[in-house]
Design a protein around this ligand. Structure first.
Ligand code: ADP
Ligand code: MG
Length: 686
């Protein structure tokens, strides 16, 4: 039995250099190293009777026969590789040309793996590789099995001799140094037919067949999911220890007043949502809700109605929005709704305001003169102090990180939480992620909403698209034209957006009123443009993804998305939600170039065929995985090393049932949770 948390320094062959580079890769203890799982396995059996087919992921054994560098705009290295069947394959390298040129010396034996492509002969771009020495090399015995695990490696690791082989030697040492203790209750191991922990570690690193690999993987997936479920239970218990300090009123006059004056009738789902959320406000501990509703389903008013129960008891409500445009819009909407109740102090707090006005607002917030405080990230700053904050509403919650949600909550007196999202998280995943959040859904949209007619067009239809825009705009409608803007290529993207704006303004629609809106503009400018668009003075708004979430201009009924292939499904669905916000027929036009990857085509077709956010989220989940869909960093979802929330759904259900069947409590388990879920970060989150 030995301590898995001990430092790697105790291993042979770990000097300061290796220690540093491993640390940079998140590996500092025995445990980290053991859970540095193989990314892939090379099964040497594979190589014999292979039928080569383009697009296949192949693993091949052979010799290096030649290698040369092709010079050009971008130099590349071509390494000639010959399989046992005498098939020639070019291994092509664009990066590290000189490094690989030296490494892939003629006559070396190597196993390569990657996607087979055809370009003047078979080729593999940047294959994974493993050089083999003669099997009688005694030092090589742990590498000579039929199945070779390949570890995620980097140039930095390789420089220190920590390629797959080097890592394997270290892992072997750890496994040799003692028996690893079981950490799962034995009854679950039996019930779910799992491999023991010690066995599983040696089998996953040194498998004798691919079946054993699967069995070992299953054990570790289960282990991760089980502890994740235990973590959620733990968090739930911690949360229940917190006591409620503020009590909203069961009946609110302001709400009655507002409902009387609403220009529309609430949907059944909206009413149910309000009742459900309020039903938990007379309990001993604060409540936490996730309000899910597709774009345009009317979440804002739902949250506001809930909030009034607090305000009527002099409890403050904060409304946090991810962008200035959205915060300002909420302010205006709420102001409009509550306009006949001047005694309610509504405050808008944004970044970049002048000192004096900010100071005044801060003082009103601190004294409790302000009741509803709407704002952006600027609300998270230290100088924002509330008198009696009892309800935190977070709009578009997936745009906020776990830490930010905690920061705002910590400013209140054990406040209730109402998080809202229009990116519906598929149910199974949701229960996993937010096991301690109550879910409320708004499924139906307000009456009279029509599905948005969505089309996917390529360049040859551009003139037609412009003609349609002209037609609808001339009849009084408004239009968005959205350009992608991603952080990595922000400058170029912004430029293409502004260039397009100039062309549209001067050449295409010189007779129409066009505006430009993007995130890099000054606040005041943004307001100015948004105001003009809202009032209808601007007919066509050329913009970036700043309008992605929440923006509500019901008269805008046409949305054109340029380079639509660069967006994910959920993002496109969110963007599309900018139109179809009234009973007028709306259009969404997805423009792309002529050549789209298969995956891109799947995404666009999904949008064209469906208007259902829940269906699309499932689709997105299947294509991109939960990490991408939710943004791993943002969601508070730990990065699983092996478990896959989509592929392992069944296992997840089993782990969940098991986890809930035994009581929490022993301190050893809590310390295990801490080791696993990076010290506190996930413990009190969500
Ligand atoms: P989201 O759920 O996407 O945040 P909003 O709250 O912005 O949607 O609401 C979208 C639009 O629908 C707003 O203009 C809002 O005033 C309007 N709305 C909300 N509820 C109803 C309803 N029950 N009937 C008609 N319109 C509604
Ligand atoms: Mg909204």
């Amino acid at each position: 039995m030995f301590d898995l948390t001990q430092s790697l320094s105790n291993l042979k062959g770990i000097g300061p250099k290796r220690k540093t580079v491993l640390l940079e890769h998140g590996v500092s203890t025995y445990y980290d190293l053991l859970t540095y799982f193989p990314r892939r396995y090379l099964d040497r059996n594979f190589t014999k009777d292979i039928i080569l087919k383009q697009g296949d992921i192949v693993t091949l054994f052979g010799n290096i026969v030649d290698s040369y560098i092709v010079h050009g705009k971008k130099s590349r290295l071509i390494v000639g590789f010959r399989t046992l069947n005498n098939e020639r394959i070019n291994l092509v390298f664009f990066r590290g040309v000189n490094f690989f040129h030296k490494l892939f010396a003629i006559d070396k034996k190597v196993v390569v793996s990657g996607k087979l492509e055809y370009f003047k002969g078979y080729q593999i771009l940047h294959p994974e590789y493993e050089f083999l020495t003669d099997s009688d090399d005694p030092d090589d015995s742990i590498h000579a099995g039929r199945i070779i695990p390949l570890y995620p490696s980097t140039e930095a690791l390789k420089e220190e001799g920590l390629d797959s082989k080097g890592l394997r030697k270290l892992i072997h040492q750890v496994l040799e140094s003692g028996e690893i203790t079981e950490n799962l209750p034995s009854k679950f191991i039996k019930k779910r037919n799992l491999l023991g922990r010690n066995d599983a570690f040696s089998k996953i690193h040194f498998p004798d067949s691919m079946e054993t690999v699967q069995i070992a993987r299953k054990r570790f997936s289960y282990e991760e999911l089980y502890y994740f479920q235990r973590l959620l239970l733990y968090k739930q218990r911690e949360r229940q220890k917190v006591k409620r300090l503020l009590w909203p009123l069961p009946s609110s006059n302001s709400r009655i007043n507002l409902e009387k004056n609403l220009p529309f009738e609430l949907t059944e789902d909206q009413k149910t949502a309000v009742t459900t959320i309020l039903s938990k406000t007379n309990t001993d501990s604060p409540s936490a809700f996730l309000l899910q509703g597709d774009v345009g389903s009317g979440k804002t008013i739902t949250a506001l109605l809930v909030g009034l129960h607090y305000i009527d008891n002099h409890i403050q409500v904060v409304f946090l929005a991810p962008t200035e445009i959205l915060a300002r819009q909420h302010y205006q909407t709420i102001y409009k709704f509550l306009g006949n109740m001047p005694f309610l102090g509504i405050e808008l707090l944004l970044g970049g305001e002048n000192k004096k006005s900010r100071a005044e607002k801060l003082s009103r917030i601190k004294t409790g003169e302000s009741n509803i405080i709407i704002g952006t990230h600027s609300l998270l700053q230290d100088d924002v102090i509330f008198s009696d904050l009892g309800l935190v509403i977070i709009d578009e919650q997936h745009k906020f990180g776990v830490d930010q949600r905690e920061t705002i909550r910590a400013k209140g007196k054990n406040p209730d939480l109402l998080a809202m999202t229009a990116t519906p998280i598929p149910r199974t995943l949701c229960l996993t992620l937010y096991g301690d959040l109550n879910l409320v859904n708004i499924k139906t949209k307000p009456k009279g909403r029509k599905p948005i007619d969505t089309r996917w067009y390529k360049e040859d239809r551009r003139t037609g698209v412009y003609n349609s825009i002209r037609k609808y705009v001339s009849s009084g409608r408004q239009c968005y034209i959205v350009y992608p803007l991603v952080e990595e290529s922000e400058k170029v993207d912004l430029e293409s957006c502004t260039v397009a704006y100039e062309t549209l303004r001067t050449n295409v629609f010189p007779d129409l009123k066009i505006g430009l809106l993007h995130g890099k503009m000054k606040s005041a400018e943004k307001d100015f443009v948004m105001e003009k668009f809202k009032s209808g003075e601007i007919q066509i708004l050329v913009t970036t993804t700043v309008v992605e979430v929440g923006v509500d201009v019901p008269n805008a009924t046409i949305l054109v998305v340029e380079h639509a292939e660069r967006f994910g499904i959920s993002q496109l669905h969110q963007l599309r939600g900018r139109v179809g916000r009234s009973d007028i027929e709306s259009f969404c036009i997805l423009m792309t170039g002529d050549f789209i990857s298969e995956e891109g085509r799947d995404r666009l077709e999904a949008l064209v065929t469906s208007n259902d956010g829940y269906y699309l989220a499932e689709k997105d989940l299947a294509i991109r995985g939960p990490g991408e869909l939710l943004g791993v960093k943002q969601s508070g979802l730990p990065e699983f090393k092996i478990a896959d929330l989509v592929a392992d759904r069944e296992l997840l259900e089993e782990a969940k049932v098991d986890a809930a069947s035994i009581p929490l409590g022993d301190p050893e388990e809590v310390s295990e949770l801490r080791i696993r879920f990076s010290e506190g970060k996930f413990l009190f989150a969500n």
